[in-house]
Design a protein around this ligand. Structure first.
Ligand code: SAM
Length: 431
């Protein structure tokens, strides 16, 4: 278990802001602003209602390297709500303001962190929300409060069950699978989970593997007894990461996931920022946010539509790291589109009668670091090259070059040639 280096005592200087926290906060802010904007897509909507749970909230303020104050996650969330509200009002040219009926529940096991947060909130002008109950501070273990937080989210939003849980644990064993399953009893829940996967793997022994499994209910892909043998095999670290990822996502109750990492400054020390959700749109907003913060995130799988095809990493170097990391930058974008130009026609060939774009997208979305927009653009490029046909709702072939919608059907042209890797070019496909 990692030691907790965060200590907040009101009157003393707040703890230093670590680089990975800064990155997490930027992603959280960017994601929430986009998320709220997608929730309010119509200018006629006048209210959104949801619950945000910051399950490991900390004391609300940090000290930067230059000695300035930087906000902690509860303040970042509140600022993101305000920013989204302003953006929606401006972009939708609203006459009537949009009401954000958001309850923020902050949980921390440290009484002094909660006390510090209360002071920070009052100092920043949130006293009315605290006394009115739209910001609630709870001291204690997240797991102990999880069920009542889920019940509160359900009470506030019985039909939609809309809630975002930010679970910024310091380490890897404070969020059991059972708690995640409770959260996903809500229809529209989302979880943003920090998981110090390298910290777990670097010090993996028979004892801490079985402690981890017992405490979290997350199954690793090996038994404690196999561990020593496994550590002699190349790529064992990535194999384990991949297995843990599947162990978390398979049983979580969520349908959509992203498994990308916050890049460590050097060597092993990566943090996972796993996003779990129940709607493809939420997944797509999160993936788009990763591309926007491309300097700080990394993916150790392949580009294109089959990112785990080679067992989570394309090639492993001497230090057991993938040689070509995927960094959500322009190089990664080109690689993604190039891979998809080859993969999409092959995938569409498996649907002789064609497939709705929406069905195709949803069946692949968990397996790609690409956004929906990147997939649509690749499909349109393939259509313009005559490699694919896009059929409109009226049954005619679409010639649109700029837009594709979920109802459009993708199919291979009746007679076309394409080549699979490892076969000679020019195999004719009739569909
Ligand atoms: C990494 S800090 C999180 C800071 C905060 N999310 C932010 O970004 O500003 C982790 C916090 O989790 C709290 N914590 C550790 N274990 C916990 C648990 N089991 N339940 C609730 N809080 C816990 C610690 O006291 C610490 O304040």
């Amino acid at each position: 278990m990692l030691a907790n280096h965060y200590e907040w005592v009101w009157g003393s200087s707040p703890p230093p802001l670590a680089r990975h926290s800064e990155v997490k906060h930027a992603l959280l802010r960017g994601y929430l602003v986009e998320y709220f904007s997608t929730l309010v897509s119509s200018p006629h909507q006048d209210r959104i209602q949801l619950t945000i749970v910051d399950g490991f909230c900390g004391g609300g303020r940090y000290t930067t390297q230059s000695g300035a104050a930087a906000p902690g996650s509860p303040i970042v969330i509140l600022q993101a709500i305000r920013e989204a509200q302003l953006r929606i009002e401006i972009e939708q040219r609203r006459r009537k303001p949009i009401v954000f009926d958001v309850e923020l529940i902050c949980i921390d096991e440290s009484p002094s962190a909660i006390d510090h947060l209360r002071h920070v909130l009052i100092e920043q002008g949130y006293e009315n929300q605290l006394s009115g109950g739209s910001i609630r501070l709870l001291q204690g273990d997240f797991v102990v409060h999880c069920e009542s937080a889920v019940a509160e989210a359900r009470r506030r939003s019985p039909r939609a069950g809309r809630a975002v849980f930010i679970l910024d644990q310091y380490g890897y064993d404070s969020v059991p699978l059972a708690a995640i399953q409770t959260i996903f009893s809500l229809h529209r829940a989302e979880v943003i989970l920090t998981f110090a996967v390298d910290a777990l793997i670097n010090f993996l022994s028979e004892k801490n593997l079985s402690d981890f499994q017992r405490k979290t209910g997350i199954q690793a892909p090996i038994t404690a007894r196999e561990l020593d043998e496994m550590k002699k095999t190349p790529g064992w670290r990535l194999y384990l990461q991949s297995g843990l990822y599947q162990g978390i996502t398979r049983e979580s109750g969520a349908e959509y996931f992203t498994p990308f990492f916050i890049r460590s400054e050097r060597g092993h020390g990566d943090f996972w920022l796993v996003h779990l959700s129940r709607h493809w749109k939420a997944r797509d907003v999160m993936t788009t946010t990763h591309w926007k913060h491309h300097n700080h995130f990394i993916h150790y799988g392949d580009a294109g539509l089959d990112m785990f095809a080679t067992g989570y990493a394309a090639r492993i170097d001497d230090a057991d790291r993938p040689q070509r990391a995927f960094e959500f930058d322009d190089v990664a974008k080109t690689r993604s589109i190039d891979s998809m130009l080859a993969q999409i026609p092959r995938a569409i060939a498996t649907y002789p009668a064609g497939v709705r774009f929406q069905d195709f997208f949803e069946s692949r979305v968990n397996l790609t670091p690409a956004t929906r927009q990147m997939i649509s653009l690749t499909v349109l490029q393939l259509a313009s090259l005559g490699e694919l046909e896009v059929i409109r709702e009226d049954g005619k072939i679409s010639t649109a070059r700029s837009a594709i919608n979920g109802e459009h059907v993708l199919r291979l042209p009746k007679q076309r040639t394409f080549s699979f890797p490892g076969t000679s070019p020019g195999i004719t496909s009739s569909s």
